[in-house]
Design a binder for this molecule. Structure first.
Ligand code: RB5
Length: 144
């Protein structure tokens, strides 16, 4: 699977870990930064990843900041994006199965690296159930 990934300074270290983890599972990862722990404003990274995901429906996104909240709020401003903050495995599975989320947002100050890896793995492996969820997701996009 193609995955666009990005983080702010708070998420930089976890991003490096997730790039390695996802690539080792044969995902094709596009790293859109940031590339150090110098301060950067998370909306800029969120939009960069969201634009890539918006352009190519086959691509999923991963965004990391301190909580995963700011990244999701910013990414969801882009039409076609369904970003979900998932700091546990159940939410990661449901965000895919029910909401067809196309971007995973994770909080580096909330979860440890091992759990973050499992969250990302779960998010990538779970298919949308469609069915009764399809008209609901359509109603979200009708709001755009
Ligand atoms: C940066 O200090 C922090 O505000 C950011 O990483 C993120 O948690 C925002 O939602």
């Amino acid at each position: 699977m193609k995955i666009a990934i990005g983080a702010d300074h708070a998420g930089f270290r976890l991003k490096e870990r997730l790039v390695w983890s996802l690539e080792s599972r044969d995902h094709e990862v596009e790293d859109l930064g940031t590339f150090s722990e110098d301060d950067v404003d998370y909306p800029e990274i969120a939009v960069a990843v969201a634009e890539v995901v918006k352009e190519d429906a086959a691509t999923r996104g991963v965004l990391i900041c301190g909580t995963g909240v700011g990244m999701a709020i910013a990414a969801n401003k882009i039409a076609g994006i369904r970003a979900a903050t998932c700091n546990d495995l159940y939410t990661a599975r449901m965000a895919r199965a029910h909401n067809n989320a196309n971007i995973l947002a994770v909080g580096s100050r909330v979860v440890g690296p091992q759990l973050a890896e499992e969250i990302a793995r779960t998010f990538m492996a779970t298919e949308w159930e469609e069915g009764r969820h399809k008209p609901r997701v359509k109603k979200i996009h009708d709001l755009e």
